[in-house]
Design a protein around this ligand. Structure first.
Ligand SMILES: [Zn+2]
Length: 427
C-alpha cells in the first residue's frame, strides 16, 4: 500500500530510530495464533538437492530423479514457454510426486504466489501455472502513545502483526497522515489510534498483501480519520470522513533521502566560498537515485543551466514552479512542453553543476519567489465529487463501524525493545 511514497516518510522516522530512540512497543498478552489453514500435502518435500543452484541446474535434478533425456528435453521446452530456464534463479524449489520411483508430476515454485506444474499423462508432459491459495483475514489494532509510535501500548489483534509487522505499519501510518501530522514531532503521550487492516495470508503464514480498511488517530485532542478508496494499480487514496483528501497536491519529497541542507537566507557556499542564500532543500541521495516530480504539471526547462547543472523545471497550477538540480541524467521524454504526472521519475540524482557531491537540490517557487517547500502552505487536493459522496458515505460508515469496538490496550509497563535497524531505508 502506498509503496512508492511510503519511502518519503521513512527518512524522518529512520532518523529518529538512528538517533537512539528505542522501540518500546508493548504487545498485548500473546494469545494462541490462529491455526494455519490446512493444505493437503500433495508433493514430496524436496530433498536438499532438489533446490536449483549453479551446481544443480534443473536438468541435473530431473536426471537424478530418473527422467531420461527425452523427458528432460520435453520439460525444458515446456518451461521455456513460461519462463527462460536461465532466469530461474538459485533457490527455486523443485518438488516431485510420487515420492518414490520416477515422478509423473513436478512442481517449480516460481514466486511465493505461483508455481509451474508439470504433469505426465499418457507418456506426454503438460505444464500449467497454478496460483498458491491465500486466505483473507482482518486485523484490528489499537494503541496509546507513550512518547512516539515506537513507544506505544498496543491492543486488539496487535500480537498477530508481530514486531516487524508493526514496524511496517508505523511507516504506512506515517505515510497516510503525512499531510496532517508530523509523526516525528507531533505525537505526544496519550495520543491514540485505532485501525483495521485486511490481509491476504499465504498457507505458510506469510503476508501476501494488506491494506487499511479504516484508521482513526487522536492527536493533541483532534481526531483525524482516514478512509481508503482504491485507485487503479492496487493503490489507495485516503479521505477524511467528509470526503476530503488527506493528501496534499504536492509530494513532501522528490527523493526519499535525508535533508543535508535546508532553506536559509544565508549559508556558506563550499564551492563559491562565500555566504549566500540557499533557496532550496538539498537531499543527500546517491548518484542515480530516481527523482520524482512532486506534482503534476508541464516541463518548462530540461537541460544544462549553469550552476544548477542538469536541471528540470516544472510549472504547476496556481503559479507554482519546482526545480530539480544537479541531475546526472534527465528522463528521455522530459522535454520543455511535456506533461508530467505526480510521482513520475523525471531524472536521476547526480552532481552536475556547482555541487561538491551527489545530491538533489530542490526549489519551490510561487509567482517567481522562492519558498521553503517544508513550511509553505501547500494547496490541498479537491474533495470527492458530489456524485461520489453517497457511495463514499456508505463505505465510510461500514469502515468506521469496524474500528468502533477494538479493545483498548491494557495498562502495562513499557518494555524497551531495540528498534529495527532501518532495513527499509533505501527503497
Ligand atoms: Zn542546494
Amino acid at each position: 500500500m502506498g509503496v512508492s511514497r511510503r519511502a518519503s516518510t521513512i527518512i524522518s522516522l529512520l532518523t529518529l530510530a538512528l538517533f537512539g530512540l528505542s522501540l518500546a512497543v508493548v504487545f498485548p498478552k500473546p494469545s494462541p495464533p490462529p491455526a494455519p489453514p490446512q493444505v493437503p500435502e500433495l508433493w514430496a518435500t524436496g530433498e536438499p538437492g532438489d533446490t536449483l543452484s549453479r551446481s544443480a541446474p534443473l536438468a541435473r535434478i530431473l536426471a537424478s530423479r530418473g527422467l531420461d533425456d527425452a523427458q528432460i528435453h520435453e520439460i525444458t521446452k515446456l518451461l521455456r514457454t513460461y519462463k527462460s530456464p536461465r532466469s530461474l534463479h538459485p533457490g527455486v524449489a523443485v518438488r516431485f510426486s510420487p515420492r518414490g520411483g520416477v515422478p509423473d508430476r513436478i512442481r517449480l515454485d516460481l514466486t511465493p504466489d505461483s508455481a509451474l506444474r508439470f504433469v505426465r499423462v499418457d507418456s506426454a508432459w503438460t505444464a500449467k501455472v497454478v496460483l498458491v491459495p491465500f486466505t483473507m483475514d482482518t486485523v484490528r489494532v489499537s494503541g496509546i502513545i507513550e512518547s512516539s509510535l515506537w513507544a506505544a501500548r498496543l491492543g486488539g489483534d496487535a500480537d498477530r502483526l508481530g514486531e516487524r509487522g508493526f514496524e511496517d505499519l508505523v511507516y504506512d501510518l506515517a505515510d497516510v497522515f503525512a499531510w496532517k501530522v508530523d509523526f516525528t514531532r507531533d505525537l505526544r503521550k496519550g495520543d491514540s489510534f485505532r485501525l483495521a487492516l485486511e490481509r491476504k495470508v499465504r498457507p505458510d503464514g506469510s503476508i501476501r498483501s494488506r491494506h487499511f480498511l479504516a484508521i482513526e488517530l487522536v492527536n493533541g485532542g483532534r481526531t483525524i480519520r482516514a478512509i481508503p478508496r482504491s485507485r487503479p494499480g492496487g493503490r489507495y487514496a485516503y479521505y477524511d470522513e467528509e470526503g476530503r483528501s488527506l493528501h496534499g497536491a504536492f509530494l513532501r519529497y522528490p527523493v526519499p533521502y535525508r535533508i543535508t541542507s535546508r532553506f536559509t537566507s544565508r549559508r556558506y557556499h563550499p564551492i563559491l566560498k562565500r555566504y549566500r542564500a540557499h533557496e532550496g532543500i538539498d537531499y543527500g541521495a546517491p548518484t542515480g537515485a530516481p527523482v520524482e516530480v512532486t506534482a503534476s504539471g508541464v516541463v518548462t526547462r530540461a537541460g544544462f543551466a549553469g550552476g544548477y547543472g542538469r536541471l528540470v523545471e516544472v510549472r504547476h497550477a496556481q503559479g507554482i514552479r519546482t526545480r530539480y538540480a544537479h541531475l546526472s541524467s534527465i528522463a528521455l521524454r522530459v522535454r520543455p512542453g511535456a506533461r508530467v504526472n505526480q510521482g513520475d521519475v523525471i531524472g536521476r540524482v547526480g552532481s552536475s553543476g556547482l555541487a561538491t557531491g551527489p545530491h538533489l537540490h530542490y526549489e519551490f517557487l510561487r509567482n517567481g519567489h522562492h519558498q521553503n517547500p517544508l513550511t509553505v502552505e501547500m494547496p490541498g487536493q479537491p474533495a470527492l465529487a458530489a456524485a461520489q459522496m453517497e457511495a463514499f458515505r456508505r463505505d465510510r460508515d461500514d469502515a468506521l463501524a469496524l474500528i468502533e469496538h477494538v479493545p483498548s490496550p491494557e495498562e502495562a509497563p513499557v518494555a524497551l525493545v531495540q528498534p529495527g535497524n532501518g532495513h527499509r531505508a533505501h527503497r
